[in-house]
Design a protein around this ligand. Structure first.
Ligand code: SF4
Length: 200
């Protein structure tokens, strides 16, 4: 039997892709990073329902679907949106704020309220997870290698920077990326000691 091609549809109203496997339809929602099992009728109507058009207009456009079904689809989409799915979080524009209070607020946050520093002290993570972004499966990404360790002076500068700019935060976290921490245990301990010593 001839194998059926899988279908992909890029949705227009939200950054999401609908796709069909041999059995079912799914929607991958980019911002929540979730894949939802869905129905074909939702895939057919979602762009129009989310466009802001009235349900009567959606019904006029999809005459083969009863008005009751259009309402059901709209209600279902609404329920999903309440879980922060199917929401377009794209930042359309950025501008420099002219409000001096807001400027001061942002500056204070950036200067004293950092909460987490993540150090990637080696590119030689030893866990080698198959899905890893550095596994070599993804184009234009570096791969695991044992040539690039973070020099101590860079780690120290990062820790100093973080200590200085997190002074006003109630909770501060210093984390180490990937399993590489285990093979660079000395750097890990050194960074942690420096943080403990200077964190006052
Ligand atoms: S722990 Fe993280 S960095 Fe290491 S191989 Fe797994 S996904 Fe990649």
């Amino acid at each position: 039997m001839e194998k059926k091609e899988h279908e992909f549809i890029e949705l227009k109203s939200i950054p999401a892709i609908a796709f069909k496997t041999e059995k079912d339809w799914y929607i991958y929602d980019r911002y929540s990073n979730l894949i939802l099992k869905t129905k074909k009728i939702i895939v057919d109507l979602i762009d129009d329902v989310l466009s802001g058009a009235s349900l009567e207009d959606v019904h006029k456009k999809h005459k083969s679907v009863s008005f009751e079904d259009v309402v059901k689809v709209a209600t279902e989409i609404d329920k999903i949106k309440q879980k922060d799915i199917f929401i377009d979080y794209e930042i359309k524009s950025l501008s420099i704020c002219n409000d001096i209070d807001k400027k001061n607020f942002i500056q204070t946050k950036l200067n004293g309220f950092l909460t987490q520093l993540i150090l990637n002290i080696t590119e030689d993570c030893n866990l080698r997870c198959e899905y890893c972004i550095y596994s070599g499966l993804y184009p234009e990404r570096r791969i695991h290698n044992n040539f690039n360790d973070m020099p101590w002076n860079i780690a120290k500068r990062a820790v100093d920077f973080f200590i200085f700019r997190s002074k006003l935060s109630e909770a501060r976290y210093i984390s180490f990326y990937g399993g590489g921490t285990l093979i660079k245990i000395r750097s890990y301990k050194k960074g942690y000691k420096l943080f403990k010593k200077n964190r006052a």
